[in-house]
Design a protein around this ligand. Sequence first.
Ligand SMILES: [Zn+2]
Ligand SMILES: [Zn+2]
Length: 168
Amino acid sequence: MMYDVSSVLKTEGESLSVSGKVEFSQNSLSGAGPFFGDDVCFDGTITNIGNVLEFKASVKGSFKVLCARCTKELDKTFDIDFTEMLVNSTDDISDKDAVLIFEGHEVDLDDIIESNILVNLSLKYLCSDDCKGLCPVCGADRNLTDCSCGQDEIDPRMAGLKNLLIDD
Ligand SMILES: [Zn+2]
Ligand SMILES: [Zn+2]
């Protein structure tokens, strides 16, 4: 969603409260996730600190993600705080890497929030630290069943996959 920041653009010290639900651009239901719930919301302020708008927010909500070993679906929550510097494209900026640039007088906060959530989440989640994962041969969930696939019977073509699954 685009937020109009014209009320704070011209005056240093001016600030604006923003809050709402986060709309995700990439929340596909395929792949390993995370899949964000529709309860993800943020609360923040945008303050003009002189040529730069400081966007401070906290965002929380739930998401589903697959266990990196056994692919069981896990329900997780997060709660993060972040600060971003926003600069209007017409302003002179010396360090363009340190700021986010927006056009006109509207900022797409969802985009900024989404990328801040993603960098704060772990790359991998496990259902438990000692999750045994899936058997690379038959695909059985080894937390639930002991399959009879021995190490010796592993097809050499599957060895790479086995290493991938076991390597953590
Ligand atoms: Zn697991
Ligand atoms: Zn097996």
